[in-house]
Design a protein around this ligand. Structure first.
Ligand code: T1G
Ligand code: NAD
Length: 697
């Protein structure tokens, strides 16, 4: 037998145990070991039934994703699952942890399934740009019906054991806490009841209706904004009314089509990158205690951060300027929980109890005397930040971590106004902070490794994706945003319509275009930050924001004013173009003496991508971001970058760095200052390397 699969017998029950930490991925060695064990079971006269079980924290959590793109090795998973199903003696899958993807497909190939109460089953392949390729699209509809299969396979959601039992995916729940014993007991009970094999393939998938599939396909097309797998998953489930062998053949064709599409590589890159971002130099440091946090400021961000902290089980003390503002801060926190109460995820009583037990709003900085970490989220001016940090330095316990949620300001300058710069970091959340998953962890010159590690611990507790950033203006995300926004503004001045730019960017896969996003965040924020920089802006740099200043002066600042680039008078969240914008832009062009020209959507995206990648290459080249994958995660989790493109750096590798550099060199002729190629990009092109080569550095 192999070292990852064992075959033992408990009386007349064979036990096939998989032990391939950390998640029993169905690697080649596991598949081979299982096939050998199955064949031993079939030929073992003493064994009347078999149990398949996973050792450690979970049943098999799927195929080994790290094998994707490599030459497939026999036995293939679909064949192994067919072999399990074809066994002449009953096979029980005993589930615990997260039987996902190929793991659940193995279980669906087995004749019976028993699970521990906290088991969560699912077919999340859609998130990897593929579909369940070992029979899941054919066997799940047979045990649970077409509608459930469509829901689970297109959403990839993890289904708790109780619901799986109700839906017929599993046959029983065992709360012994011992999957091996549970499987053996269940198999014994089967034999005692004279029950034998029960092949899923022989069952019929209930609920087939062509109209249902058309409706799901249309819905997936709308929701997936260009991602292929959700739509193709529907096509695969539709084949489950065919005899199993034909359905499996159809599934294989569709699987291969998705497997060979660049979206698969992009989504697999995103899967591993999402886990790699936590691998930072400070990860070996022991985080400090983290049970109670302070939040300074109860506005948009302070209240969002407080809600995220409370959801993560932390105690929160919010400090505002005065009692009235503190009360307003509490109301803002309550508002952030409103949709959870409305959707029944929690009751009003539970919310009241949570706030009573774990939340305090005050204007007394003294209330921070026992916090482990404090996050400042007050007005974005250096003077106010310094005043607050000086106060914190006086009241917060020694050893606590002091963090700022500043969007742009210099963390080292803020730290310098305390006696403990080693305890100061930046924690840059994204609005709404209780929903957005990105958290930029800013490491100052003097930040201690365990202070940084505490920032990452907070990210983990809040189920956020923490990304390490060095100190620079705008850190990773806002700095790169500044570059592609400037490219968009320059195109508007030169003749492009902001509405066509928004359309092109949406068609690329973003949820919204740059001018829609400006309206959402508020054009006043950009205006105030430009005024902040008037004194330091180099007059040689193109300004390209005159039309935005004119809009600000007219009060067209976006959703919060009901009018911006779009008119929100009918709907606070979306509306038709504001008819006053184009005449205003044409007026600005005249003033600047610019003869407008045509921009195709193709050119718009070449410039948008080039500006993004060029600035991102500077951010990586300067060490602000540790690796290109960190930029990809910031863009995906904080700026709506389409995950199925893998992030701007992965996408740049896909397009070809030489092509992007060629574009930049072409644009450089118009503006050698803005379009100066990033040294790292030039170096990679000259050495024939890719951003991806730097991800394992
Ligand atoms: N293959 C390879 N490595 C995997 C893996 C997998 N399937 N799942 C996890 N890992 C690694 C992961 O990279 C990390 O490594 C470590 O395990 C712990 O993971 C034919 C083809 C199971 C819910 O999509 O959703 O089957 O960073 O940090 O938060 O239809 O991992 O420590 O070096 O995420 O406790 C379908 C993917 C595959 C499940 C555990 N299966 N995994 O979460 O730990 S496609 C999936 C997860 C398929 C068939 C097709 C989660 C988890 P490292 P972790 P976690
Ligand atoms: P906001 O105006 O909504 O809230 C700021 C709050 O700070 C106000 O309630 C104010 O009363 C309080 N405050 C001001 N001075 C104080 C003091 N000395 N002591 C205690 N409280 C004080 O602003 P916001 O949008 O929540 O932004 C806060 C910070 O977060 C800024 O640095 C901003 O750049 C940053 N940020 C904002 C966003 C966003 O999208 N709004 C995103 C990321 C980061």
């Amino acid at each position: 037998m192999s070292d990852v699969v064992t075959y033992t017998r408990d009386g007349d029950i064979a036990v096939i145990a998989v032990n391939n930490p950390p998640v029993n991925a169905l690697s080649h060695a596991v598949r081979k070991g299982m096939q050998d064990a199955l064949r031993k079971f079939e030929s073992d006269p003493e064994a009347k039934a078999a149990v398949i079980v996973g050792e450690g924290r979970t049943f098999m959590a799927g195929a080994d994703i790290s094998e994707f793109g490599k030459p497939p090795q026999e036995p293939w998973l679909p064949e192994l699952v067919n072999e399990i199903e074809a066994c002449s003696k009953p096979v029980v899958a005993s589930l615990h942890g997260t039987p996902l993807g190929g793991g659940l497909e193995v279980a669906l190939g087995a004749h019976w399934r028993v699970a521990q109460p906290d088991t969560r089953v699912g077919l999340p392949e859609v998130h990897l740009g593929i579909l369940p390729g070992a029979g899941g699209t054919q066997r799940l509809p047979r045990v649970a019906g077409v509608e459930t299969a469509l829901d689970m396979i297109t959403s990839g959601r993890h289904v708790p054991a109780a619901e799986a039992l109700e839906k017929g995916i599993i046959d029983a729940i065992d709360d012994s806490g011992d999957p091996r014993a549970a499987g053996v007991a269940f198999a014994r009970k089967l034999l005692a009841e004279g029950k034998g094999v029960r092949r899923t393939g022989d069952m019929t998938a209930a609920g087939h209706d062509p109209a249902l599939f058309d409706a799901w396909r249309a819905e997936m097309k709308k929701k997936s904004r260009g991602q292929l797998s959700p739509v193709v998953c529907v096509d695969a489930v539709e084949a489950s009314n065919l005899p199993l062998p034909e359905g499996l053949k159809r599934e294989r064709e569709l699987f291969q089509k998705l497997h060979d599409d660049p979206q698969r590589a992009a989504l697999v890159h995103a899967f591993f990158a999402e886990r790699a971002v936590a691998k930072v130099p400070e990860a070996s440091a022991t985080p400090r205690k983290l049970e109670k946090i302070g939040i300074i400021g109860g506005g948009t961000m302070g209240a969002g951060i407080a809600a995220a902290a409370l959801q993560a089980g932390l105690k929160v003390v919010m400090v505002e300027r005065d009692a009235e503002a503190a009360a307003r801060g509490e109301q803002n926190v309550r508002r952030n929980f409103a949709s959870s109460v409305k959707k029944g995820r929690m009751t009003q009583e539970q919310l009241d109890a949570l706030l009573a037990a774990n939340f305090q709003a005050t204007d007394d900085y003294g209330a921070l005397s026992d916090v482990d970490l404090v996050i400042e989220a007050v007005f974005e001016t250096m003077a106010v930040k310094k005043e607050v940090f000086a106060k914190l330095d006086a009241v917060v316990p020694e050893g606590a971590v002091l963090a700022s949620n500043t969007s742009y300001l210099n963390i080292d300058e803020i730290a310098a106004c305390t006696r403990r710069p080693q305890d100061v970091i930046g924690l840059h959340f994204f609005s709404p902070a209780h929903i957005m998953r990105l958290l930029e962890v800013i490491v100052g010159e003097k930040s201690a490794p365990d202070a940084v590690a505490t920032g990452f611990l907070l990210a983990k507790k809040m189920k956020k994706v923490g990304v390490r950033c060095g100190v620079c203006d705008g850190f990773i995300g806002n700095r790169i945003l500044g570059s592609y926004m400037k490219a968009a503004n320059m195109m508007v001045e030169d003749g492009a319509s902001p509405y066509v730019i928004d359309e092109a960017v949406r068609e690329f896969g973003y949820p919204m275009g740059p001018f829609q996003m400006g309206d959402l965040a508020g054009l006043d924020i950009g205006y105030l930050s430009r005024r902040d920089r008037d004194a330091t802006r180099d007059p040689a740099d193109r300004y390209a924001a005159g039309f935005l200043d004119r809009m600000y002066e007219k009060g067209w600042i976006g959703q919060k004013a009901g009018i911006g680039f779009y008119d929100y008078s009918q709907n606070p969240r979306s509306g038709p173009p504001n008819p006053g914008v184009m005449p205003l832009i044409e007026e600005e062009r005249k003033k600047l003496g610019i003869a407008p020209r045509e921009f195709s959507k193709e050119e718009i995206m070449r410039r948008y991508v080039a500006a993004t990648v060029n600035e991102a290459a500077k951010v990586v080249g300067e060490g602000i971001a540790l690796r290109p994958l960190d930029v990809d995660m910031v863009s995906i989790f904080g700026y709506g970058y389409p995950r199925w493109r893998g992030g701007p750096m992965h996408y740049a590798d896909h397009v070809g760095l030489d092509r992007i550099l060629a574009d930049i060199r072409e644009f450089e002729k118009e503006d050698p200052r803005f379009w100066k190629p990033a040294p790292l990009l030039v170096e990679l092109v000259e050495s024939g390397r890719k951003f991806g080569d730097l991800n394992n550095a």
